[in-house]
Write a protein that binds this ligand. Structure first.
Ligand code: NDP
Ligand code: MG
Length: 390
């Protein structure tokens, strides 16, 4: 039985992990779960799965949760420091990083420092801190298995025994597919009137609000190019992106002999997550099967970076290297939140992100503390810029 530490248990990825554990109670148990603000859902999960540790990272939510309502074997904790300690406990077999945003960076680093097997959904951590996470993973022998569907697809198409962080042998390049999001075919002249409700209504995937907006701006694909750069040690020019509206091919690996391997499946996060949880063993997943005849065709288009500049910004950030991806990520987290709160329009997301990139530029990455300080600084500057625009 594998013991999991599920960070971000109350989110959309958390839901999929819990659904898989419900189907395979003989294989997985929860040593720890974390939640941020949603203490009511955290309580329900604790009652159902009886983790040894429940960590709430938001102070008010921790205060609101009554200890006596928890199962007798579950200890309640508050704060990020406890979270970082719990992931390193010897009983933990697998750490699932499913927190949204750079808030997950410290716990990802803690898991890797402890040499744990890390199942990574929290792409923002690797985007911002890849220069620290990947060398540390190699040094500590920590395996990183991507849960993000595209990277999981690439991982599935690489030979058994492949370890993330190394350039895969005999691979020429990879292609990440993008659904294109809800506005792929919308004329740019209508972008100014896009509402948060329209932006979070993803045509293919049911996900948290932040990643849904990122999919609509193609920032998500940009973050994924940076994620692939770190996970597979590929140059930016070796990572193609194509828009594939059916979201059936999750990504492709092009080998030097001209062979192309791809992973296909229904757009259901339980498929890549179960491949990660099974450590490449395939778990039974009824109802997830693909009907090729119902599908009938697969389309591919070149991404339009004029309409969706965030993809270009991500490529620029990776080319400049150093701290610039962390700047882009922090700016984007603030601009997406401001858009969701109705403080600014959809088209301002890329312009705010680009302004902050120009303001901060790139310096070499030296430590987690440096990145956390920079993250806070860029967030404050982005908020100020958005305030001025209003
Ligand atoms: P959700 O918004 O649904 O969930 C986010 C989780 O993170 C919740 O458990 C939330 O807690 C917690 N959280 C939020 N803020 C903080 C914080 N400051 N500190 C600690 N925990 C926090 O997001 P998703 O599940 O959609 O996404 C999670 C990650 O996985 C993201 O990085 C996303 O890019 C990635 N991903 C998601 C996919 C999907 O299908 N959803 C697909 C591929 C990648 P609470 O709710 O209690 O406040
Ligand atoms: Mg993805």
């Amino acid at each position: 039985m594998k013991q999991l530490a599920l960070l971000g248990a109350t989110g959309s990825i958390g839901d999929s992990v819990c659904a898989i554990v419900r189907k395979h109670p003989e294989r997985f148990g929860f040593f720890a779960m974390s939640a941020h603000s949603n203490w009511q859902k955290a309580l329900q999960l604790a009652i159902e799965f009886k983790p040894r540790h429940l960590i709430i990272t938001e102070h008010q939510a921790h205060q609101a949760l009554q200890t006596e309502s928890l199962p007798s074997g579950t200890q309640l904790h508050w704060g990020g420091d406890v979270l970082n300690g719990v992931v390193a406990e010897p009983e933990v077999d697998l750490v699932v990083a499913a927190i949204v945003g750079s808030a997950g960076m410290a716990s990802v680093m803690a898991a890797v420092a402890a040499g744990k097997t890390l199942l990574l959904a929290n792409k923002e951590s690797i985007v911002s801190a890849g220069a620290l996470v990947m060398p540390l993973a190699k040094e500590k022998g920590a395996q990183i298995i991507p849960l993000d569907s595209e990277h999981n697809a690439v991982f599935q198409c690489l030979p058994d025994g492949y370890q993330t962080g190394h350039r895969p042998k005999q691979v020429k390049h990879i292609t990440l597919t993008a659904s294109g999001g809800p506005f792929w075919s919308k004329p740019m002249t209508e972008f100014a009137s896009i509402t948060p409700g329209q932006a979070v209504a993803h045509p293919k995937w049911d996900m948290g609000a932040k990643i849904s907006v990122d999919s609509a701006t193609l920032m998500n694909k940009g973050l994924e190019v940076i994620e692939a750069h770190w996970l597979f040690d590929l140059g930016e020019q070796d990572i193609d992106v194509v828009v594939h509206p059916q979201s059936t091919i999750h990504s492709l690996v092009h080998y030097v002999d001209g062979s192309v391997l791809a992973q296909l499946g229904s757009p259901d996060m339980q498929i890549p997550i179960s491949y990660g949880l099974g450590l490449r063993d395939r778990l039974e997943n009824e109802g997830a099967f693909l009907d090729l005849l119902a599908l009938s065709r697969l389309d591919f288009h070149e991404p339009d970076t004029e309409k969706f500049p965030c993809l270009r910004l991500a490529r620029e950030a990776i080319q400049a290297g150093g701290t610039l991806p962390a700047v882009l990520n922090a700016a984007n987290e603030v601009s997406v939140a401001a858009f969701l709160e109705g403080q600014m329009g959809f088209m301002e997301i890329p312009s705010v992100n680009e302004s902050l990139m120009m303001q901060y530029g790139a310096v070499p990455v030296t430590s987690l503390e440096q990145l956390q300080a920079l993250d806070a600084e860029v967030r404050a500057a982005a908020q100020k810029l958005i305030g001025k625009k209003n």
